[in-house]
Design a protein around this ligand. Structure first.
Ligand SMILES: O=C(N[C@@H](O)C(=O)O)c1ccccc1
Length: 332
């Protein structure tokens, strides 16, 4: 039997440092190569039931972009902000990813666009994809794109999105290479997708490059779907009763033989605890659930050697979870 040591995670009190000040809805979290925790929040903009019209067009364009910095890098030990940028550009921040060169990849669900910024941000993006404020399902448009994952080769994936059920693969210049998990736009939900049902809001991406798999949190199906990065075909799903109906975000760590961290989401009526999961990547088995008290609305998760980080929307929180002293050995 294989035993693997892992540790129960617990919330770190008083993190981040109060100098971070008041945050808007915190949509995305990522780690940079220095181990800083980078968060993507919405300032005074919110996504509520009236924000988009029936065609998924953003209703509040003329309010202008968020006037405060939306990207904040936090020191992982002190929780103090070490850098911030991104004012007067974004309307509804969603996904944030740092690639292996610390370029910052972000999605904005109001603009229906994906941007690549140089390390540390800057005034203008290095790359812009999608047509500003124009939702569509043609391959040069997105519809509320949710996240980005980037290979060392520079090829990258976009999970698209709330109103498209697909993942697009591009080369480093933004040329479309492949569409993963696509079903014809008018197909019934249970047709055309190799694993039985199409994705419903591919909401978060985790790239396990060493395992040639790209996984997504198929949010409203409450499951993980993994695709081969070689063939683009779906290779497996991971689903557990403990997930409940909705799985919001996932993050891959190559350590300890490959771990997948995930957070689920609230349901109405509440059926399962809103919590985090640590799974063995290989077979998807749950090794640990955390934290001791429940989350309310976890929206994204990122992991590093310093700990696991979860951001929430309502209440707007950034949580740090670190291994607690009591090591638990799992006999499997
Ligand atoms: O999913 C929603 N929001 C979050 O995921 C988010 O804010 O990214 C949402 C859906 C309907 C109405 C309002 C918000």
């Amino acid at each position: 039997s294989q035993s693997s040591l892992h540790t129960a995670l617990r919330l770190v009190e008083g993190w981040p440092d109060k100098s971070v000040g008041s945050l808007g809805q915190v949509a995305g979290v990522g780690m940079d190569s220095s181990g800083n925790v980078v968060i993507f929040h919405r300032g005074d903009h919110v996504w509520d039931a009236w924000t988009f019209d029936s065609k998924r067009q953003y209703r509040e364009k003329d309010k202008g972009p968020i006037s405060t910095d939306t990207v904040i890098s936090l020191n992982p030990q002190t929780g103090k902000p070490v850098h911030q940028w991104g004012r007067d550009f974004f309307y509804l921040p969603h996904g944030l990813t740092l690639d292996h060169e610390d370029n910052v990849w972000v999605t904005d669900v109001a603009m229906h666009q994906v941007f690549k910024f140089a390390p540390g941000g800057g005034e203008r993006p290095l790359l812009t994809l999608g047509e500003r404020f124009v939702p569509n399902w043609s391959t040069d448009h997105f519809c509320q794109p949710t996240d980005v994952a980037v290979e060392k080769s520079g090829d990258f994936y976009v999970s698209d999105g709330y109103c498209n059920s697909r993942i697009l693969k591009f080369d480093s210049t933004g040329k479309l290479l492949a569409v993963l998990g696509e079903v014809s736009h008018d197909a019934a939900p249970d047709q055309g997708f190799a694993l039985g049902t199409q994705m419903v809001i591919p909401h978060s991406l985790a790239l396990a490059e060493d395992r040639q798999q790209l996984c997504t949190a198929d949010r409203e199906n409450g499951r993980v779907v993994c695709f081969s990065t070689v063939t683009g075909k779906p290779v497996r799903t991971i689903q557990h009763p403990e997930f409940g109906e909705r799985l919001f975000a996932i993050s891959y760590s190559p350590s300890q033989g490959g771990l997948l961290h995930a957070v689920n989401g609230p349901t109405d009526p509440p059926t399962t605890p809103v919590q985090g999961f640590t799974m063995r990547f290989g077979d998807g088995e749950i090794l640990d659930t955390w934290p001791d008290q429940a989350f309310r609305n976890p929206h994204d998760v990122a992991c590093a050697s310093s700990g696991v980080y979860v951001v929430e929307i309502g209440p707007n929180k950034v949580w740090k979870l670190e291994p607690s002293e009591d090591q638990i050995s799992v006999k499997k």
